[in-house]
Design a binder for this molecule. Sequence first.
Ligand SMILES: NC(=O)c1ccc[n+]([C@@H]2O[C@H](COP(=O)([O-])OP(=O)(O)OC[C@H]3O[C@@H](n4cnc5c(N)ncnc54)[C@H](O)[C@@H]3O)[C@@H](O)[C@H]2O)c1
Length: 257
Amino acid sequence: MTNATTPNPRVALVTGTASGIGAAVVHQFRELGYQVLAVDFNEQAKEKADAEGAAFFKADLTDGDACKAAVAEAIRRFGRVDILVNNAGIQHVSPIEDFPEAKWRQIIDLMLTAPFLLTQAVWPWMRQNGWGRIINVASVHAQVASPGKSAYISAKHGMIGLTKTAALEGGSQGITANAICPAYVKTPLVENQIADQAKLHGMEEQEVIEQIMLKNAAVKRLIEPSEVSGLVAYLASDAAGAVTGSSWNIDLGWTAQ
Ligand SMILES: NC(=O)c1ccc[n+]([C@@H]2O[C@H](COP(=O)([O-])OP(=O)(O)OC[C@H]3O[C@@H](n4cnc5c(N)ncnc54)[C@H](O)[C@@H]3O)[C@@H](O)[C@H]2O)c1
């Protein structure tokens, strides 16, 4: 393995880097010496990127042109993209009956269409180098459903289909594609959900953690962002060249039952 003192020619584009899993991925990639373009619509992500020595590009990824511009920026700065981590995501909890159409469209645009457009835009550059890694941060909710999360669950299930298709198309070109499926990770996305779930189910917030979030877990704790970024780093490595089209659960044993 290389570290920050050993330059590594690989270039990674990571989305959703202001906090949580994306911030942990940027940190880990910089430790490995990769050049990183962090892409987010939140200005806080610029401060984080600066602190890590990563480049930053501000983009609202629900906008298709912004997705294409993000890849163009990586090429302008670094001349290549070797690793794409589709991580940006949001959640909205509401029963199907009341689910706002605008929120459905926003979630599908950000969490399914943007990963498709970013994959499409990096593809020629990866193909040209005969090497590429596409890593999609999906969710345990790409494998199973829970009430109140129709858009999120639909986007994440779709992301597995995108991952498998990219794996088949990339196999002969040195491009791998894999998905990671975490259960609840200690990030702002989950912290915001606790209150929403408490309202939806008429529960106290601590009950939401114990009775809903960890209900199906064999390991009764939330996951650390660094536990997810460690798997991202493996899938981005040369060592993972035979691994493609797969979904990697980090789900505390949730789907083992
Ligand atoms: N936290 C969990 O328990 C958990 C579990 C499974 C999967 N995931 C997935 O991991 C990914 C990261 O989630 P997290 O928990 O780190 O959340 P987070 O809220 O900490 O980070 C999400 C990031 O996405 C960015 N973002 C949101 N909307 C955007 C937009 N329109 N354009 C550009 N950037 C945008 C935010 O600014 C933020 O930096 C998401 O795809 C999420 O679905 C999270």
